[in-house]
Design a protein around this ligand. Structure first.
Ligand code: RAM
Length: 862
């Protein structure tokens, strides 16, 4: 042990949240911290709770360690500190961190659900006044709603959470938010106002924009504790119509600022079920950034177009509304037409109900009062441009602010390199994620705003490098488990309000359970395990994981694709494990497949590949959880599915069916072909890429694996050629055509500048994992979750002369930075305390590194 005292542990976190958490829903929360800089390993730790020392625990764990004390009660604030023993010696106590639990017991709620009187469907103001004998030092407000609520106390906004209570599968989970309102209350009379709108509860949702997913009535539940006084929702409340006339997450928001609440009605009391009330494991949604427009143009006399310079999720704040009675219409879009005006055409969905209007249209009528502002907090849009109609004055960038709204995630990853086009690609993928991280991972922030399982499965590893998405994903996985059907089938979108609307039968039921989408139930928890070492997620999701794989295996065993049944009336024995029936999206959106009928096509090659892959992952998860029998069962299923895939899809000449890049990519990524055929499979993949004039040909599912399988097969050169390809289809086509977020289709903006489909779908942006894991070379290792041990293996290529990657892992910051100078390749690696890295130089030299920063050199080979 050294003479000097080491620095204290830092970065204290509770569950997947940071310090200062108001409204924790866990009575025995797990705790994490970072070891003192340079410490090799921890031998013991001790926790102090509210100044009381718990006995030291001999352990090397500092991530998600079990709560050492008694369960924390309802409405309790806890301060905690940690001290660690490492080879540097005994550390001093850390700086204190704190959290406070919510109202944990249903019995602690005295509030009753109230519903506004509704003569006309729209938004409402709810109000009550109350008196306090003195100003409370410490006041808390607990609130939730059926619909979106926003509150004021004495005319001042409560908190900074947007779109509360957020989006969950409400019948099983409704989150409560907690606010410190001490500063907003006063001695004497106080006024509590609530604005309530449709939100996800009864607003329009999804591809078909159907309303009323969770109900037809709005409701609010609130309870305020001011010292010993409890003020709650109940019969004293009144409701009225206010300035927010209507608000819908898809359609937009309409405010009439001349309309102040005047006629008050009694509210109705509803027999609300307090069962599903809980607290989110994720950070809340907030306005996280303000953007100044880059231009305001005037394509027609009565139209002004604001350009934020990038595609975001959120809204605008408008501070110039014109004189009283000015009626403004704000149409949001991602693209401009040939005249420079906002177009929404490419976003309009052709549905069984016909072509639907896109919405994203706000309206505001000015009151003409000084300081008047329009900020539509009860909707959100996916947009870069806003057309403002009806404004009498010329607007300037000073009048408008772009407000970026999403879950307030902690940033954990960065990448940069010598090629600015790749930096731009990384940036647009990151913004696409930010545009689709509002409460749940969505496919796009406009046309559907839905938590498509496949999209998150594909992008989650990239997102987990960039942001701490542990709590965000866990919140969504709980909804996934709640939505899972009785036979184990996983729904295409999560949460799925439409399921109740459609009764969960008929066409709705027939379109669930696609391979590659439902497999999110396995792949997302596995991703979280690798990135965050949260065994709790694996444990919690285990029943859902097994149910899904059993469902897929059962479908494989009992059903056949009609084409195969016609071609081979007597099923071959391997078909037992061939998953070719059911509803599948297939590889989805491969270039050049527009117009093909994916509904009737045979997607057996995709689905059987996923049956193998998920069963294989489930076997590994079972090992982690200590379920030996399940591990053996799933390993056997994985082997059988692989054998079935080989029997059915490998031809005599080793050619795969279908002969697409995606099939070859999956064959390599999921290890479907025999080991001795891998080289030939990779060679054939390269042939297909060359046949396409060195262009990719993958869609949704295989794109993230394309470059890694090429690099792993010794064709890093081809991987770089595809990465840097700048003619369509390619990633850099998006960059060159000015994309600020990733497109849904490879031809999102075609050669003529015409937009197609959504311009903000992150799935194809999953390629940035190649930048993190291969270019910068930082890679988590399956057997060492949470980057406890990781690999740094940069793969320089093309003309890149330098690259840097940074990732804040649960143990601390990892850095990899390399530079080529003439004959030298120089690498600097930083390894966080308590972890080790395997460092592999491009010449193959491998070394082991412990905590701290080290430099390496080898020949650049240039
Ligand atoms: C589209 C969605 C999503 C995709 C599904 C299959 O409509 O936008 O991205 O996963 O379909």
């Amino acid at each position: 042990m050294s003479e000097t005292t080491p620095p204290p542990a830092a970065g204290l976190r509770v569950e997947h949240l940071t310090d200062s958490v108001l409204g924790l829903g866990v009575a025995k929360p797990r705790l994490s911290w970072r070891l003192p800089p340079g410490a090799l390993s921890q031998t013991a730790y001790a926790i102090a709770i509210d100044g009381r020392d718990m006995p030291p625990v001999e352990s090397s764990e500092c991530v998600l360690v079990p709560w050492p004390g008694n369960p924390v009660g309802s409405r309790t604030r806890v301060q905690w500190q940690v001290k660690v023993w490492t080879e540097l010696g005994e550390s001093p106590w850390s700086e204190p961190a704190w959290f406070e639990t919510g109202l944990l017991e249903p019995g602690h709620w005295t509030a009753r659900w109230i519903e506004p009187e509704e003569t006309e469907r729209g938004s409402h103001v709810l109000r009550r006044t109350f008196t306090l004998d003195e100003h409370p030092d410490n006041a808390r407000l607990y609130a939730t709603a059926h619909g979106i609520y926003e509150m004021c106390l004495n005319g001042r906004r409560v908190g900074d959470i947007e779109l509360a209570p957020g989006f969950t599968s409400y019948p099983t989970t409704l989150h409560v938010q907690v606010y410190d309102v001490s500063e907003l209350l006063s001695q004497g009379e106080n006024e509590w106002d609530v604005v309530l709108s449709d939100g996800w509860h009864r607003g329009r949702f999804g591809f078909m924009q159907l309303p009323d997913g969770y109900g037809t009535t709005l409701g609010f539940l609130g309870q305020l504790h001011a010292a010993d006084t409890v003020v709650a929702t109940g019969p004293e409340w009144r409701s009225a119509s206010g300035p927010v006339v209507t608000a819908d997450l898809m359609a937009g928001q309409f405010e009439d600022h001349r309309r102040q609440p005047t006629t008050w009605h009694p509210v109705s009391l509803a027999e609300g079920n307090l069962g599903p009330l809980g607290y989110s494991p994720a950070p809340p949604t907030r306005s996280v950034q303000a953007l100044r427009p880059v231009a305001v143009t005037r394509p027609a006399p009565d139209r002004q177009v604001v350009d934020l310079g990038r595609n975001i999720n959120g809204w605008i704040r408008l501070t110039s509304l014109g004189p009283a009675g000015t009626d403004l219409r704000l149409v949001h879009g991602e693209a401009l037409d040939a005249t420079g005006d906002v177009t929404q055409d490419h976003l309009a969905a052709d549905t069984p109900l016909g072509r639907l209007p896109v919405g994203m249209t706000d309206r505001v009528i000015a009151a003409g009062t000084p300081g008047e502002v329009f900020e539509p907090r009860h909707t959100t849009h996916g947009f870069r441009y806003v057309r403002i109609e009806g404004h009498p004055d010329r607007l300037t960038p000073d009048d408008v602010t772009g407000v970026v709204v999403h879950t307030d995630l902690r940033r954990t990853g960065w990448f940069r390199c010598s090629d600015e086009r790749l930096n731009k690609l990384h940036e647009i993928a990151e913004w696409s994620f930010r545009g689709n991280a509002c409460e749940i991972p969505t496919d796009c922030p406009h046309r559907e705003r839905a938590g498509w399982t496949g999209d998150w499965q594909v992008f989650a590893p990239a997102a987990a490098f960039l942001y701490d998405v542990a709590g965000f994903s866990l919140k969504w996985l709980r909804d996934l488990a709640a939505e899972q059907l009785e036979d184990g089938c996983v729904t295409g979108i999560v949460p799925d309000p439409l399921r109740r609307r459609t009764g969960g039968t008929g066409r709705w039921r027939d379109t669930q359970g696609s391979a590659g989408w439902g497999d999110a139930v396995v792949i997302v928890p596995w991703t979280l395990w690798r990135s965050y070492a949260d065994i709790g997620v694996l444990r919690e999701m285990w029943p859902s994981i097994t149910a899904w794989i059993d469902y897929a295996a059962e479908t494989a065993r009992t059903r056949r694709h009609p084409d195969r049944a016609a071609a081979r009336p007597v099923p071959a024995p391997h078909e037992h494990y061939l998953w070719d029936a059911g509803y599948h999206w297939g590889e989805w959106l491969e270039p050049g497949t527009a117009g093909e009928d994916f509904r009737t096509a045979d997607h057996g090659a995709v689905a059987t590949a996923y049956l193998h892959h998920s069963a294989q992952l489930a076997a590994r998860i079972a090992e982690v959880l200590g379920h030996e029998a399940d591990a053996a069962r799933f390993a056997a299923l994985a082997a059988n599915a692989r054998a079935a895939w080989q029997a059915e899809f490998i031809g005599e000449d080793d050619k795969l069916t279908p002969e697409t890049q995606a099939t070859y990519v999956r064959a390599l990524a999921f290890r479907l072909v025999p080991d001795e055929s891998r080289d030939a499979t990779a060679a054939r993949l390269v042939e297909l890429v060359r046949k396409a004039d060195t262009h990719l040909g993958t869609g949704f599912l295989a794109t993230p694996y394309l470059l890694p399988v090429l690099a792993d097969a010794g064709r890093l050169d081809v991987a770089y050629e595809l990465l840097l390809q700048d003619t369509a289809p390619s990633w850099l086509t998006m960059v060159e055509r000015g994309a600020t977020t990733i497109w849904e289709s490879w031809d999102g903006i075609d050669a003529d500048g015409v937009p197609h489909a959504s311009l903000n779908h992150y799935s194809k942006g999953a390629v940035i994992s190649f930048l993190h894991e291969y270019v910068a070379g930082i890679r988590a290792l399956d057997d060492h979750p949470g980057y406890r041990r990781f690999r740094v293996a940069p793969h320089p290529g093309a003309d890149l002369t330098w690259a840097e990657g940074v990732h804040d892992s649960p143990y601390g910051r990892i850095e990899s930075a390399w530079r080529i100078k003439g004959d030298d390749f120089d690498l600097t690696v930083t390894v966080p305390p308590g972890t080790t890295a395997e460092v592999v130089l491009p010449d193959g030299t491998t070394s082991d590194q412990g905590p701290g920063t080290m430099s390496y050199r080898c020949r650049s080979g240039r």
